[in-house]
Design a protein around this ligand. Structure first.
Ligand code: ATP
Length: 380
């Protein structure tokens, strides 16, 4: 271009315009090249996402049967043990348990006793390292996973708070067979979420995220009611509730426990709780300690046997957790639930006659070896 300018073959104005055009074209090409690079990198992430979804679908696919006869079903665990991949010691050891339709089973134990892990095993989310899990007699390996997911609802401690409307937060997931609006109303009334929705500016259509225009946030206890409504809306055959009242005040706690009892109907409920009011409504209480089932029976049976139950309970309306409840909160635990000052005997708790019929197996942990053999023979 300089030569053309020198020999006068190109006017200065044309040369200047050409220089600007070339610079603009180069800059556009650099931009195009950078955008192509970014698109390529993002395509790699997208491919990861597509592979992940495909893998998830593959895992969801049916490997076997639906349990054909009922939406209500039994769950049976036999000698189940489970160790997390990164853990040195098992989270659960030799757990055997039966859960019948319509039964409310409370699981209590100190922090790290294995309660949430047991809940995940019962829900079919984890596979045990050893032992068997079956639903109405069908081993978990042969159960259609979609069928199972549709019939079990879990209210976890860390449930998801979707940045959606209150209605969508409850109805997200599987749609019920019956009329959705009727089911929504029932779920809200039963869980106490109706009260929460009534106070929202746009009722069920209020956005539950303050970062949106017109959005708002809820308190921990109000969110907990929404989470319980979400699980009831699905009308599951088995409802697993992990510490449902941790963020609730005493009257709300009472209401939730009453609701769980009343709503159980034909469905089984597994209730992980540290609350006295929670265990007293249960048909059966399972006491876990360091991954082992150390006691199992009705509230009256456990109190009569004088086992570990009181250690793991807090009084109504108090969210005290762990084995040192009594020490920290002694004055609030009713006298009848306090540990005796001196135990009359160190005799370990034994299964009462009839426990097996009610689904209590084991009691291996602190049972002398000669009696342990007797219990095992009995439970075959
Ligand atoms: N993802 C994990 N990886 C490794 N170890 C884990 C994992 N989750 C739990 N554990 C361990 O497994 C054991 C049982 O944990 P789990 O959460 O079932 O107890 P928990 O009784 O529900 O306790 P909490 O009352 O505190 O909720 C604990 O020792 C815990 O440290």
């Amino acid at each position: 271009m300089l030569i053309l300018l020198n020999v006068g073959a190109m006017p200065l104005a044309v040369a200047g315009t050409a220089a600007v055009a070339i610079r603009t074209a180069l800059s556009a090409m650099r931009g195009f090249s950078a955008s192509t690079n970014v698109a390529y990198e993002n395509a790699l992430f997208y491919q990861d996402y597509v592979d992940f979804v495909r893998e998830a679908e593959h895992r969801q696919e049916s490997s076997g049967n639906s349990i054909p006869y009922s939406d209500r079903f039994t769950v049976a665990l036999r000698n189940v043990s489970f160790t997390y991949p990164s853990a040195a010691t098992p989270a659960l050891r030799g757990i055997s348990l039966d859960i019948a339709p319509g039964e409310v089973v409370a699981v209590v134990g100190g922090n790290g006793a294995g309660k949430s892990t047991l809940a995940r095993i019962i829900a079919g989310l984890y596979r045990p390292d050893s032992g068997r899990v079956s639903y109405s007699g069908v081993p978990i390996e042969q159960v259609d996973r979609r069928w199972l997911r549709d019939r079990i609802a879990v209210v976890a401690q860390d449930f998801t708070r979707w940045p959606f409307s209150a209605r969508e937060n409850i109805t997200i997931g599987r749609a019920p067979n019956t009329e959705p609006d009727v089911r929504l109303r029932q779920a809200c009334l039963a869980s106490g979420a109706a009260e929460v929705l009534a106070r929202l500016p746009d009722g069920p259509d209020t956005m539950l995220d303050p970062s949106y225009v017109g959005g708002t946030d809820l308190s921990g206890g109000q969110w907990q009611r929404i989470a319980i409504a979400r699980s009831l809306y699905r009308n599951p055959g088995l409802l697993i509730v992990d510490e449902p009242t941790a963020a609730l005040d005493a009257p709300a706690e009472r209401m939730i426990f009453d609701m769980i009892r009343a709503e159980a109907g034909g469905r089984a409920v597994v209730l992980i709780t540290h609350r006295l009011s929670g265990v007293s409504l249960a048909d059966r209480i399972v006491v876990l300690d360091r991954g082992r089932m150390v006691d199992c029976g009705t509230h009256a049976e456990l109190m009569r046997r004088g086992g570990d139950l009181p250690r793991f309970l807090s009084a109504p309306g108090r969210a005290v957790r762990g084995p040192d409840v009594e020490r920290r909160n002694g004055s609030t635990v009713p006298q009848q639930f306090r540990r005796p000052q001196s135990r009359p005997s160190r005799e370990p708790p034994m299964a009462l006659p009839g426990d097996r019929q009610r689904g209590c197996h084991r009691l291996v942990a602190r049972v002398p070896i000669h009696r342990r053999i007797a219990v095992r023979n009995d439970s075959r």
